[in-house]
Design a protein around this ligand. Structure first.
Ligand code: ADP
Ligand code: MG
Length: 342
C-alpha cells in the first residue's frame, strides 16, 4: 500500500480541538472555581500549531451540544484538552462522547482520566505496584474525621480537583482540630470527598512524558524552587503561587539531582504512566524528602498546555521543544495510535 508511512503525509486532515473555556461566573463559590478551564489563547495556540502543518481545524467547545457539533464537523481526529463540566467524571465526558461517535482523539481515554482525577483511588492502585506515596485518609462529606495512620502536619485538598483548586493558603493542618476545620471548609466549598496526606517537606519535581510504548519519551525532571511561600514554613505549589509564580518560585530543568535519584524518578514516572494506561502525554508530580525518598503526589494525564505558563510546555521549552512542536508531537502520537497518517 502507498502513503501509509508516517513520513509521507496524505494531505490536509480535518482536526477538531475540544476544550472548555473559562467563563467568569458571579455564582462561583471559590476564587479558583474556573482554574482548570482554558483561556482562548491556549486554544488558539494549539490551533496555530496544527494549521502550521497545513491541516484544517475546527474549534469545538465541549458543552452540552458537543455531540451535534461533532456530527456536523466530522473531524478525522480530535485534539482534546476539555476538562469537562462538573462531577467526578468530568474529564471523561468528552473522550466518552468521542468514543461513542468513533472519533479518535489525543490523550488518555475516559477510564484513565476518571481514575487519575480521583487522587485517593490512584494512590490505592499505585500502592499495589509499590509506588511510594504519602500516607493518607479520605473523608466523604459528613463522615467523622479520624486521624489514624496520618502524621501531622498534613496537607488537605479536595480529592478530585486539579490546577491547585482547593489548595488555598490555608491547607496545612498541624493537629486533629485544625484538620477537622479544614476538611469541613473543603466540603463546603468543593462538595466532594477531601484528601488529607502526610506533608512531605523537601524538594519538589515534576516529570513530563510524551508518546507511547517503545517511543515513550521522558523529559528530564523539572524542579520547582521556592523563594517565597504564602504559607509560613511550608512550600506548597498552590493556587496563589501558580497565579503569581514569578514572585514565589523559579524552575530548573533539567533539575540538579544525582543520577540515581533522576533515574529512579524517571522509572517511577514511566511505571505510573503504564499502570494507569496513559496515552500520548502526561505529567507526574513528586516530592523528595530529606532522606532522599521519592513520593508520588499525583499524575495529570490532561496537563495544562497554556503557553509560557503551564508546567508541561515549560519543561518542553527548557529542552528546546517549542509549544508548536510539542502540540504537534502529542497530535502525532494520538494519530499514530489511530493509524492516521499526518
Ligand atoms: N503530600 C504532600 N506533601 C507535600 N506537598 C504536597 C503534598 N501534596 C500536595 N503538595 C503540594 O501541593 C501542590 C498541589 O498538589 P497536587 O496534589 O499536585 O494538586 P493539583 O492537582 O492541584 O496540582 C503540589 O505541587 C505540592 O507543592
Ligand atoms: Mg499537581
Amino acid at each position: 500500500m502507498e502513503n501509509q508511512s508516517d513520513d509521507v503525509p496524505l494531505g490536509p486532515v480535518k482536526i477538531g480541538v475540544t476544550y472548555n473555556l473559562k467563563h467568569a461566573d458571579a455564582n462561583d463559590k471559590a476564587p479558583d472555581e474556573q482554574a482548570e478551564f482554558d483561556s482562548i489563547d491556549t486554544v488558539l495556540a494549539i490551533e496555530a500549531a496544527i494549521r502550521k502543518h497545513g491541516h484544517d481545524t475546527v474549534l469545538l467547545e465541549a458543552d452540552e451540544s458537543l455531540p451535534e457539533k461533532l456530527r456536523q464537523a466530522l473531524p478525522t481526529i480530535v485534539f482534546n484538552i476539555a476538562e469537562g463540566l462538573g462531577g467526578r467524571a468530568r474529564e471523561a465526558q468528552t473522550p466518552a462522547v468521542l468514543n461513542l461517535l468513533h472519533i479518535p482523539f489525543t490523550g488518555s481515554d475516559e477510564t484513565t482520566l476518571c481514575l487519575a482525577l480521583d487522587k485517593a483511588l490512584t494512590k490505592r492502585l499505585l500502592a499495589t505496584y509499590h509506588i511510594p506515596t504519602p500516607h493518607y485518609r479520605v473523608y466523604t462529606p459528613g463522615e467523622p474525621v479520624r486521624t489514624e495512620g496520618l502524621h501531622f502536619p498534613v496537607i488537605v485538598k479536595p480529592n478530585a480537583e486539579g490546577s491547585s483548586k482547593g489548595i488555598s493558603d490555608v491547607c496545612i493542618a498541624k493537629s486533629a482540630s485544625e484538620l477537622r476545620a479544614l476538611v469541613q471548609k473543603n466540603w463546603t466549598l468543593y462538595g466532594g470527598a477531601v484528601l488529607a496526606e502526610d506533608f512531605i517537606s523537601g524538594r519538589e519535581f515534576t516529570v513530563a512524558l510524551l508518546g507511547n510504548g517503545a517511543s515513550l519519551q521522558v523529559f528530564p525532571p523539572m524542579e520547582i524552587l521556592y523563594h517565597n511561600t504564602p504559607i509560613e514554613g511550608y512550600n506548597v505549589y498552590n493556587y496563589t503561587v501558580k497565579q503569581e509564580y514569578t514572585k514565589y518560585v523559579s524552575y530548573r530543568c533539567p533539575a540538579e539531582i544525582n543520577i540515581d535519584l533522576e533515574q529512579e524518578m524517571v522509572r517511577l514516572a514511566k511505571k505510573v504512566f503504564s499502570v494507569l494506561e496513559c496515552r500520548d502525554f502526561a505529567r507526574v508530580d513528586f516530592r523528595v524528602d530529606e532522606a532522599g525518598r521519592i513520593y508520588f503526589i499525583e499524575i495529570n494525564p490532561l496537563p495544562g498546555l497554556a503557553p509560557h505558563y503551564s508546567d508541561y510546555p515549560m519543561i518542553a521549552e527548557f529542552c528546546g521543544v517549542s509549544h508548536e512542536d510539542l502540540v504537534y508531537s502529542v497530535l502525532r502520537a494520538g494519530a499514530q495510535r489511530a493509524g492516521i497518517a499526518l
